[in-house]
Design a protein around this ligand. Structure first.
Ligand SMILES: Nc1ncnc2c1ncn2[C@@H]1O[C@H](COP(=O)(O)OP(=O)(O)OP(=O)(O)O)[C@@H](O)[C@H]1O
Ligand SMILES: [Mg+2]
Length: 250
């Protein structure tokens, strides 16, 4: 895998937390890693202490992709760079709709970057739109965090439908459970059911953990300031299983 998109149409399921922590896991295993923050809210940029600003905005980025390297910022971590968010990404669909090759503009940008990185992680906003089609076209794999509730399972069915309708079902999907509460019977039931029904649901799960909530205070991946915590180890395990399942050694 070169381009890994962390995607779910649902908001607040742990996409950004996953991107930030998987990026850290990749970088400390000597993967040259780039995080592309595609969310106008700029949470991934915030966690990496980078201003959420692109000169020329999202429109400039897709129209002058040859200038993309000029927008990339370093982070506090070796092997870990960031392509920051910009508030204009809230109109990303409109900008994409006005250009030729409207479904492959994000892919055209990532193609320019793959030679410089071992892994490009896309932090996607919670939506299912033209921008999402662009993400699917760019990605070698979609990693989908799922809170184990019945509603999340429905969102996953909708994603399958959307990918079929847009002819994008061939991109491998890897789902994993997020914000798992070991005390909730419903969580355990939904997890067992999905593990039984689908082969693309990983065993590694991210527990509901205060350390993950506290990332906003520390503005750093959990592995940096709580390396032995259950949360940090869960992201390490997720990274290993994800890469193993995609048969790519980091
Ligand atoms: N495993 C977890 N345990 C506890 N809190 C979590 C966990 N994962 C995420 N959170 C918290 O839940 C909130 C949403 O998480 P996050 O921003 O990662 O989700 P998201 O899917 O990227 O959201 P959005 O759709 O708004 O981009 C954040 O406040 C985060 O700190
Ligand atoms: Mg997010």
């Amino acid at each position: 895998v070169k381009v890994l998109a962390v995607y779910n149409a649902k908001g607040g399921v742990g996409k950004t937390s996953t991107v930030v922590n998987l990026a850290f896991e990749a970088a400390r295993r000597h993967c040259r890693t780039l995080v592309w923050d595609l969310d106008p809210q700029g949470a991934a940029s915030y966690y990496f202490r980078v201003a959420p600003r692109l000169e020329g905005g999202a429109k400039g980025l897709i129209r002058r992709r040859d200038r993309v390297s000029g927008h990339i910022k370093g982070t506090d971590f070796e092997n870990l760079d960031l392509l920051p968010a910009d508030f204009s990404l809230r109109n990303f669909d409109l900008h994409l709709d006005r250009v030729k090759g409207r479904r492959t503009r994000v892919a055209k940008v990532t193609k320019l970057l793959v030679d410089h990185y071992d892994l490009i992680l896309l932090d996607c906003p919670p939506q299912i739109s033209l921008a999402s089609e662009n993400v699917f076209a760019a990605a070698d794999c979609l990693a989908v965090p799922l809170i184990p509730t019945t509603l999340s399972v429905r969102t996953l069915d909708q994603l399958d439908d959307f990918r079929t309708r847009t002819n994008q079902s061939e991109v491998p999907l890897r789902c994993f459970f997020s914000m798992v509460d070991g005390r909730k019977r419903l969580h355990a039931e939904v997890m067992e059911q999905l593990w039984a029904e689908r082969s693309d649901v990983l065993r590694s799960a991210i527990p509901a953990a205060t350390e993950i909530e506290q990332m906003g205070v520390h503005r750093a991946p959990v592995g940096v300031w709580a390396p032995g915590s259950i949360a940090a180890r869960a992201y390490g395990d997720l990274w290993e299983e994800l890469m193993g399942s995609l048969r790519v050694s980091a």
